[in-house]
Design a binder for this molecule. Structure first.
Ligand SMILES: O=C(O)CCC(=O)C(=O)O
Length: 277
């Protein structure tokens, strides 16, 4: 019996129903975001990023958007971007971007919540606050099991209890888990508190996912200390602002954060955003 119902929503604005589903599950999925040609272009870029570097388990390389235009272009893709705006009320940065490969015939099962072992996000309050909103593009086929699919436990971002330690290395950790069976070009968006793990990849081809992680502006970046100045110079105003490079990096809780250049951002909002200490 397979009764799983994936939380699939439409691209574009975050509807009330999308928000309700995200609240309940902690994740949503948008199908067919990229065309087959776009998938191919992006996949080729991710392969270049990992060329000569793949070892026998999950490999993640950060900041590849700085030198791969196909990865840069997805940062603010209109299929998902309005949903990030809605969930963060327009105030967020790209905290990291991980180009990820699960090599053919490898496995890295490890159920976890995103955050930091240095001080877990769940210690900050209940429910665990939204601090890393991950947008994952599937670039290879994951429409059947054991293709390196993401596996998720719906609603676990609201659980007061942690997933029992003894099951965290198991593929089938819980009867309520879901296996995300999705075609290349689909996107999964999830809350840092949701327990998740990659499924083993038993296929003959490497599995590639591209993850973009959005956070409140003051969260320290995890794939770079600072963004490449040449990238900042040549990218769009929106992407430059999304990089979260403060004019005054020494006072990230005070002035220097200008907000994102959305058309609806008023002059008063910009001024207010630089005044709070
Ligand atoms: O790409 C993947 O399979 C998932 C990686 C992951 O779970 C993580 O980075 O937290």
């Amino acid at each position: 019996m397979d009764l799983q119902t994936l939380p699939i929503v439409k691209p574009g604005p975050m509807t009330e129903m999308d928000r309700f589903i995200f609240e309940c599950y902690g994740y949503i999925i948008i199908e067919d975001v990229l065309t087959p040609d776009e998938v191919q272009e992006t996949l080729e870029a991710t392969k270049r990023v990992h060329e000569g570097k793949i070892i026998g388990k999950l490999n993640q390389i950060g900041r590849s958007f700085e030198h791969e235009p196909a990865l840069e272009k997805l940062i603010d893709h209109p299929a998902f971007f309005p949903k990030i705006r809605a969930l963060y009320n327009d105030r967020f940065v790209l905290q990291a971007a991980w180009c990820t490969v699960q090599p053919a015939h490898s496995q890295s099962v490890g159920w976890h919540q995103d955050g930091s072992g240095a001080y877990e996000f769940r210690e900050l309050g209940y429910p665990t606050p939204l601090l890393q909103l991950r947008v994952s593009f599937n670039l290879t086929d994951q429409s059947e099991d054991f293709m390196g699919n993401m596996m998720m436990i719906p609603g676990s971002h609201k659980s007061k209890l942690q997933l029992p330690r003894e099951v965290r290395g198991q593929v089938y950790a819980s009867p309520i888990q879901q296996i995300i069976r999705a075609k290349p070009g689909s996107v999964l968006i999830f809350h840092n508190g949701v327990y998740h793990s990659p499924m083993p990849n038993n296929r003959d081809f490497d599995r590639y996912n591209m993850h973009y992680i959005f956070s409140p502006p003051w969260l320290r970046r995890s794939d770079r200390d600072a963004t490449d100045p040449e990238f900042l110079e040549r990218t769009t105003p929106m992407r430059r602002a999304l990089m979260g490079d403060y004019e005054r990096p020494d006072i990230p809780f005070g002035g220097g954060y200008k907000g994102l250049p959305f058309e609806s951002t008023t002059e008063e909002e910009l001024i207010a955003s630089t005044m709070t200490m």
